[in-house]
Design a protein around this ligand. Sequence first.
Ligand code: CU
Length: 231
Amino acid sequence: MCKFNKLWITLLLIFPLGLLYSQGGSLTGKVTFEGEPPAPQEVKITKDANVCGKEPHYDESLLVGENKGLQNVVVSIMNPPKGGDMSQLGKEFAIHQMGCTYTPHICLVPVNTPLLIYNDDGILHNLHTYSKKNPSFNISQPKFKKKVKKTFKYPETFPIKCDVHGWMVGYIVVVDHPYHAVTNENGEYKIEGLPAGTYQVQFWHEKLGTIQKEVTIEAGATATLDVSMKM
Ligand SMILES: [Cu+2]
């Protein structure tokens, strides 16, 4: 009877610890623009104004929101734990060409996973990628070709551009683990499911470059890592 009780007490003590560990921790934070952000630059619509010009376009290479939050920063764990669950990045990966803009501007896609590129505009677009590790492509997507499917073998970040509408620029970020995030319009990000440990975190912005920081994650807890980036 006494042994039985001890066993139960031990199990009851170990179980919450195990649960805590299996939960993993999270990393969250905000990326801000350091200094006075430049005014948004309006882009001149020089073609297909009836489709592309319905709403004003702004240069998307530097988007600073309220409180200087920096949008479209790719946050990546550089020493990822093994065996992460790729489905935490999403189930379907797609870029839409809508109003002659790539949505999203930065598209994360796992390796060997279909990326669907939709032409929602019903006009001629052209898909031109500038990858180095993966084969680049340069194909036209006429209005009747609603969907193009592509897969990528190697992790790499590269631009996609439209040669018909020169202002259309986006980025494809091919990843081989799930521990990545892109900052939202307030500069905020969150990476979940990280086992306890010390990680190198990279922040990449298309115009402001790359910075790297170290962070320690505790099991079941959320660590905060805020950074600022400048010109
Ligand atoms: Cu286009």
